[in-house]
Design a protein around this ligand. Structure first.
Ligand code: HEM
Length: 448
């Protein structure tokens, strides 16, 4: 890989100042870079890091110029930077026709903070206990139905578990005749956000015009109808105050001026939680098992500690899984004005991307970074800017505590019930599905 510094040194008349422009990056054009990015993102990141250091540029189609950051100090500057300057919502506009104009994911600045504040209370750490019992029941029921003695792909099954958990804890729907149609409509809706055949037309006609495609409108319309009905019923529910599902809490939530959230605000946030929380958690769970089955002594230790009612090794296993196999490899912030960072004055419009993958592989932070070693977290809690699977700052994943709690519940139920062996000794490689990096063979195992 060859270097081309697109930066032009500027001396500003007062001795050397920051270099105006972008840091160097691979010389190849935007198309080949995008093609490699979509197939071998980790390789491209590692090669570029080795060649250019902890701050380099990539050119990704539709994304403009990325300035990749692999240094915790630079990542800290971005995560603690002014949200008016570092926009995250702008980078998610492709989701707007699907998630709606109120989605916390697509907004920035004041509008973003308004929605985020409304969503925060149900996600506070202490609330998780309320969801724990339901999560455990769902996981146990599902895991008990899995076949033994045959090759079995865990990822689709983990998706079934995380969808069921979202239906119960987020939508507050359990059993009854509504569950089936809602589950089907949500599955169909999720397909819109992960299926490249669907996302491509969105990219081609542009987010503004995608609603003119009848098939698109029909699928979103079906989900809207069913969710609309749930919202109306919940507003009228007499037991609203006692309910602990997230929909009920949003119905009861109030804006600063005392007004309730509108139906479309609630609808947009429910679907946002579904999209942000479903595949991500299922993928992280799949990676946890993909790694554990290839380290039987660690799986054994985990089982022993779970049986003894201990938490520490389980927590460390989850942290190490999210370090070594982060579900998302970068987060993105678009600059609304020029910013000085790492010796460069980056132009407005550039996107800075704290790189989860590279920070997590830095041997200065994590000795022997390629090894799966839950032990490394037993006495060292993860650092705010060195362990970033959930991003950071005012955009940090709202579901981080929820996801880790859910992972703990599911792993506990699984290792208690089954002996689990890998299908092949070779590790599964990461494979890109929409934005998540999943195990190439869907975490295939044999249960006994
Ligand atoms: C292991 C599972 C998960 C991973 C790895 C993950 C990762 C992430 C990442 C990297 C971001 C972007 C952060 C940034 O830009 O700094 C994010 C945002 C978000 N996540 Fe998660 N997530 C997970 C599970 C969940 C769950 C279970 C939920 C909710 C039920 C959720 C809800 C959200 C929301 C609402 C945002 C947007 C926050 C904002 O823009 O203010 N996530 N997540």
């Amino acid at each position: 890989m060859e270097a081309t510094a697109t930066a032009a040194a500027s001396v500003n008349g007062h001795g050397p100042g920051p270099i105006r422009g972008l840091p160097p990056g691979p010389r190849m054009g935007r198309l080949p870079q995008t093609a490699i990015w979509s197939r071998r993102a980790q390789w491209l990141l590692e090669q570029s890091r080795a060649r250019f250091g902890p701050m380099f540029s990539l050119k990704i189609a539709y994304e403009g110029d990325w300035v990749v950051l692999a240094d915790p100090e630079l990542v800290k500057q971005v995560f603690t930077g002014d949200p008016r300057v570092f926009h995250a919502g702008e980078g998610n506009q492709i989701l707007r026709p699907i998630l709606g104009d109120n989605s916390v994911l697509v907004l920035d600045e004041k509008k973003h903070i308004t929605q985020r504040k409304l969503l925060l209370p149900p996600f506070h750490g202490e609330r998780m206990q309320a969801y724990g019992e339901k999560m455990g029941e769902i996981a146990a029921r599902e895991i008990e139905s899995w076949p033994t003695g045959v090759p079995y792909k865990l990822r689709p099954r983990m998706q079934a578990i995380t969808l069921e958990i979202i239906l119960e804890t987020v939508f507050g729907v359990h059993g009854g005749e509504r569950m089936g149609p809602l589950r089907d409509a949500l599955r169909d809706f999720l397909d819109l956000t992960t299926n490249p055949r669907v996302l491509l037309p969105v990219l081609m006609v542009g987010p503004k015009r995608v609603n003119s495609i009848p098939a698109f409108r029909r699928r979103v319309g079906r989900v809207d109808e069913l969710i609309g009905r749930e919202i109306t019923d919940r507003r009228a529910a007499e037991d609203l105050a006692e309910r602990d599902d997230i929909l009920s809490m949003l119905v009861a939530a109030r804006h600063e001026d005392g007004s309730p959230m509108s139906d479309s605000e609630i609808r947009d946030e429910l679907l946002t939680l579904l999209v942000a929380g479903h595949e991500t958690t299922a993928t992280a769970l799949s990676w946890a098992m993909e790694r554990l089955v290839r380290h039987p002594e660690k799986l054994e230790r985990l089982r022993d500690e779970v049986e003894a009612g201990e938490e520490a090794y389980l927590t460390a296993t989850i942290q190490e899984t999210l370090r070594l196999r982060p579900v998302i490899v970068v987060v993105v912030r678009k600059l609304t004005e020029p910013v000085e960072l790492g010796g460069y004055e980056l132009p407005a419009g550039a996107r800075v991307t704290p790189c989860i993958h590279l920070i997590h592989r830095d041997p200065q932070i994590y000795p022997e970074p390629e090894r799966f070693l839950p032990e490394r977290f037993l006495d060292n809690p993860p650092g705010t800017y060195t362990w970033i699977p959930f991003g950071g700052g005012v955009r940090r994943c709202l579901g981080a505590a929820f996801a880790q709690f859910e992972m703990a519940v599911v792993l506990r139920e699984l290792v208690r019930r089954h002996e689990i062996a890998p299908m092949t000794q070779a590790s599964e490689r990461p494979y890109r599905r929409a934005i998540t990096e999943t195990p190439r063979h869907d975490a295939e195992v044999v249960l006994s």
